[in-house]
Design a protein around this ligand. Structure first.
Ligand SMILES: Cc1ncc(COP(=O)(O)O)c(C=O)c1O
Length: 451
């Protein structure tokens, strides 16, 4: 493990740079496949790991690489009900063999899905627009809030990532490498861990009020506060449940709307509720969903109140060729059925509590673990310099990610400095798999001597 600059504060990192393959830092010659890939995608390459892995198949919580090695997947929350779930495979295969067409025709599978999804959401969000990616969903959400409020100002958390379109890159501080945020975007700090005297509900609301005043000073009326209620790229802050309420109230008082980006915490991942915002007892004006929605089939969506959507549609025509087509709807229905039938929300509570308890035991013995936090099967393990909880150690996070890879576990990092491991296994995780993860993490930690 490199020991350079151990006393300096680490540099802030973009979410896409965490655990990313860096061709410039490569030791030996690249494999022919790696060379071929880089030649094809150029500077847009976003491969994971110091030595990228070639994957060939997956089932349940396990992924198999081309060399036959199996990895326990604690990273990929898209495959939320388990890789290659037979119900999704069957639903997609059946529907694609029957009919797959754009969304300008009536089809019963599509409306069955829309109604099943609406049944999980607050009744006021009675209209849904389906699309193909979380970025596209957030892009539409921002446009809907702008059309309704007439404002342009947007508040985001300081390390947020909401996607890749032009509008959304501008509100994703964690995606911007050199460019400053535009004038109409103001950030607030993510709420810190309560166990380390974290941000209270009123302090977070006061930050929001300051951000509103700053936007006004710059001549931007508030349009929306958008946040991912598990603060995934900010470093995972779930508690205390309810802390978003006062912030949302302040936003509405200023004439703004609250967009809940559920791309990460949605679809039962936090265990305590089907949606992340529901843990906080708030009803958003707009909800955006994606990632686990089709268990790997590309689908996403926006849920909102009919009058907000109507206002937007008065000004702009909106159509998505692929969004919410019959095959996507079949995949989405299978996902909702499996979450209910296999009681995966309940499993997220139980397995999440089991992992958290074991990680807390580990933290009690290893002072390089500053904090263990999160909800359900979305946990964060914050790493620090030994005994110094306030001194982030991203190098340790990186060594653990690569050490766990050697031991057959995939995991990633988050947070401003990349020093928080993101624990996000499939919701179908077994207790045996949960224990394999903690045992291998403990083994990896013990193989890395403290500096
Ligand atoms: C919170 C959040 N919102 C939106 C997105 C964008 O989703 P997509 O990559 O499907 O466009 C992401 C992707 O990582 C995300 O983490």
């Amino acid at each position: 493990m490199g020991q350079k600059n151990r006393n300096a504060e680490p540099a802030a990192r973009q979410i896409l740079d965490m655990n990313a393959f860096d061709p410039a830092a490569q030791d030996g010659a690249a494999s022919p496949l790696l060379e071929r890939h880089i030649a094809n995608v150029g500077a847009s390459a976003v491969l994971f790991y110091r030595e990228p892995i070639e994957l060939v198949s997956a089932r349940g919580s396990w992924i198999t690489a081309a060399d036959g090695k199996r990895y326990l997947d604690f990273y990929n929350n898209v495959l939320s009900i388990g890789h290659s779930h037979p119900r999704v495979v069957a639903a997609v295969s059946d529907q694609i063999a029957r009919l797959n067409i754009n969304t300008r025709y009536l089809n019963r599978v599509v409306d069955r899905y829309l109604e099943a999804l609406k049944a999980t959401l607050p009744a006021s969000l009675a209209n849904l627009v389906l699309c193909c990616s979380g970025s596209e969903a957030n892009d539409l959400a921002i446009r809907v809030t702008r059309a309704t409020t007439g404002g342009t100002g947007i508040i985001v958390t300081e390390n947020a990532y909401h996607g890749n379109t032009a509008i959304i890159s501008d509100i994703s501080p964690s995606a911007l490498k050199r460019r400053a945020l535009p004038d109409h975007v103001v950030t607030v700090a993510a709420p810190a861990s309560p166990r380390r005297n974290g941000t209270t509900e009123s302090a977070f609301a006061a930050d929001i009020a300051r951000a509103i005043a700053e936007l006004e000073r710059r001549g931007h009326a508030l349009s929306a506060f958008i946040c991912d209620s598990i603060f995934s790229s900010d470093g995972i802050y779930a508690d205390p449940p309810g802390f978003l309420s006062a912030a949302v109230e302040a936003v509405r008082k200023a004439g703004g709307l609250y967009i809940a980006d559920e791309v990460q915490p949605g679809f039962a991942r936090t265990g305590e509720a089907f949606w992340g915002f529901a843990r906080h007892g708030v009803v958003p004006d707009v909800v955006t969903v994606g990632k686990p929605m089709g268990n790997g089939f590309p689908m996403a969506g926006v849920a909102t109140r009919p009058e907000l959507l109507a206002r937007f549609c008065e000004e702009t025509g909106y159509f998505s060729t692929f969004g919410g087509n019959p095959v996507a709807a079949a995949a989405g229905l299978a996902v909702l059925d499996v979450i209910a039938e296999e009681r995966l929300q309940d499993n997220a509570v139980r397995k999440g509590a089991h992992i958290k308890a074991r990680l807390e035991d580990l933290a009690a013995k290893d002072d390089r673990i500053a904090d263990v936090r999160g909800a359900g099967l979305f946990l964060g393990i914050e790493l620090c310099r030994p005994g110094h909880a306030a001194e982030p150690d991203p190098e340790l996070a990186s060594s653990l990610i690569n050490g766990l890879k050697e031991r057959g576990v995939m995991i990633g990092a988050a947070g401003r400095f990349g020093n928080t491991l993101k624990v996000r296994p499939p919701l179908s995780l077994s207790e045996e798999e949960a224990d394999i993860f903690v045992d291998r993490l403990a083994d990896t930690l013990s193989a890395i001597p403290p500096p």
